[in-house]
Write a protein that binds this ligand. Structure first.
Ligand code: B12
Ligand code: SF4
Length: 471
């Protein structure tokens, strides 16, 4: 049975920003609490990933290796890139240097475990959260028992079969203690914000979404006191004074936002917050006022379209009236909003896209911006996969491991581009995925952080776009 576990975070992507390996840290913490000796190797900033891995294996001599794969690809229809070939190189290298028992997990793996195991030629993966499955996997006597742990899937000659235990158990939350595992200083030098997760799961079923495979299909909220303790501990142990809630939807389930922010106020925390996904659905003025009082300065808002037909086709569960109602409230609040739209979903045509343009022209004020994504990544098992099969965009045999995208047959990406270019009155407030990949962004982040520019950094889009053009 292994006793020394090396957790490796494989993510090296730095656009739109390097992301702190919160999931890997959480798994490392759970292994430590279960009695293992644990090290976390974060490859994000490693100059040579293979050399860093070789050194870690030589120094620590692990007999168990937990590999975290956050992203499969960059979800960019206009410039797709899969990260899996570089993960495969790393896995091959690990196998050539160590006989340790290997477990792979992370959001990318949870979306397509079978395909990822096949591609990486690994035997065991965890689907969903790893805190409970990973310690049980490494504690099991022999690979046969390890493969039967709840939440673990294994690769067999006949394809992947679910392990006997079924879905990963969702036991009580532990606290990840990021600062114990990650060199937070490196990340904070590029944006002074640390991620925090207050809840997992989502009960909705949007057509394209993968979150139910990663986080589960019911809400699981953390005790607000524990979330606040985590923030305070991070403030004591790092220089972070800003935190981003990375929850699937910040304003659901009903009532949680209020008890969490009330707790933040009650404990007198002097920090700023941002939110990576706020739904327009049911958003109230009271909530926006409470958010402002508690220090929530900005939010990514995720309507995905401002046209009723597209919203219905995407299964968003709210209509265009709700999107406009939320926008009126946000416009008159202090919250800085980044409005997110997916262009080219099912039923998207010139009329529906035109409605999104009208929305942008009406609501993008001085404080607010928009993030426009062209095309939607197709994942197996989603409703979008069925629609893409019906529309002939993918074939039944496609395993979808390499990026595949849906774009409405009623429009071409070029037509969509022209419509946006002609229609949007403040293009400098609109960001697309290609903008986030501009090489100048990394340098700007570093300078911005050094001089203490207020976050969120997307508010400087106009400036960054100007810089990219002059280079
Ligand atoms: C918030 C978020 C962002 C924020 C991050 C902000 C921040 N400060 O960190 C922003 C907007 C910046 C972002 C950017 C991107 N993101 Co993002 N993001 C998310 C989101 C919503 C949450 C991620 C998170 O922090 N979760 C909390 C942690 C604790 O969970 P976790 O990492 O999944 O870890 C758990 C399990 O996976 C598991 N686990 C993890 N590692 C391991 C290892 C082992 C061995 C085991 C057993 C288990 C295990 O246990 C952990 C604890 O339970 C996810 C969707 C989701 N619901 O997961 C997408 C998601 C991860 N992002 C995704 C993508 C594609 C991207 C981008 C590439 C998009 C782009 N082109 O810009 C970039 C990449 C950025 C980068 N440098 O990597 C995809 C990845 C899938 C894919 N197609 O590859 C996801 C899954 C969304 C989706 N489309 O489905 N993202
Ligand atoms: S509300 Fe968000 S997290 Fe939930 S299913 Fe829809 S897109 Fe996914």
């Amino acid at each position: 049975m292994p006793s020394r576990i090396l957790v490796i975070s494989t993510n090296r992507e730095r656009a739109p920003q390097p992301t702190v390996p919160l999931g890997a840290a959480w798994v490392a913490e759970s292994l430590l609490q279960a009695g293992f000796q644990v090290r976390l190797l974060d490859l994000c900033f490693a100059r040579d990933a293979l050399l860093a891995t070789q050194n870690a294996i030589a120094a620590f001599a692990p007999d168990g290796i937990a590999i975290s794969v956050r992203n499969l690809d960059n979800c960019n229809f206009l410039a797709p890139k899969s990260y899996l070939p570089e993960v495969r190189l790393l896995v091959d290298f690990i196998k050539s240097r160590s006989d340790a028992r290997i477990l792979v997990g992370g959001s990318g793996v949870s979306i397509m475990p079978q395909q990822v195991l096949d591609f990486l030629e690994l035997d065991h993966a965890v689907v969903g959260e790893g805190e409970h499955a990973a310690p049980l996997f490494f504690r099991a006597e022999g690979a046969e028992h390890a493969g039967r742990v709840a939440g673990v899937v294994r690769r067999s000659k006949a394809g992947v079969v679910e392990a006997g235990g079924g879905a990963a158990s969702a036991g009580p939350f532990i606290t990840p203690r990021l600062h114990r595992w990650v060199e937070t200083r490196r990340y904070l030098a590029l944006e002074p914000v640390l991620p925090i997760q207050g809840k997992r799961g989502c009960t909705h079923r949007c057509l394209y979404c993968t979150y139910r495979s990663i986080e589960g299909d019911s809400w699981r909220v953390r005790e607000p006191g524990a979330v606040v303790d985590e923030i305070l501990s991070a403030m004591r142990n790092t220089r972070a004074r800003e935190f981003e809630f990375v929850d699937s939807i910040f304003n659901e389930p009903e009532g949680y936002l209020e008890i969490l922010l009330d707790e933040i106020l009650r404990r007198g925390i002097k920090a700023r917050f941002s939110v990576s996904s706020l739904s327009p659905k049911g958003l109230t003025r009271d909530q926006l006022e409470l958010m402002a009082r508690a220090g929530v300065a900005s939010a990514v808002i995720t309507p995905e379209s401002a046209a009723g037909a597209t919203l219905a086709a995407l299964g968003k569960g709210f209509d265009e009236g709700e999107v406009h109602r939320a926008a009126e409230l946000v416009s008159s609040s202090r919250l800085r909003a980044l409005w997110c739209f997916l262009m080219g979903g099912p039923s998207e045509d010139e009329t529906t896209l035109g409605k999104t343009v009208v929305f942008l022209n009406r609501y993008l004020s001085d404080k607010d911006h928009a993030f426009l994504t062209t095309g939607i990544r197709i994942y197996p098992g989603t409703g979008l996969h069925d629609v893409a099969l019906r529309d002939g965009l993918v074939e039944t045999g496609d395993d979808l491991l390499m990026p595949a995208f849906y774009f409405s047959p009623q429009l071409t990406p070029q037509q969509a581009r022209t419509l946006l270019d002609r229609g949007i009155s403040s293009p400098s407030r609109c960001i697309n995925l290609l903008d986030t990949q501009a090489p100048v962004i990394g340098a700007l982040r570093r300078i911005g952080t050094a001089v203490g520019l207020p976050t969120p950094y997307w508010r400087y889009t106009r400036f960054a776009k100007g810089m990219s053009r002059t280079r």
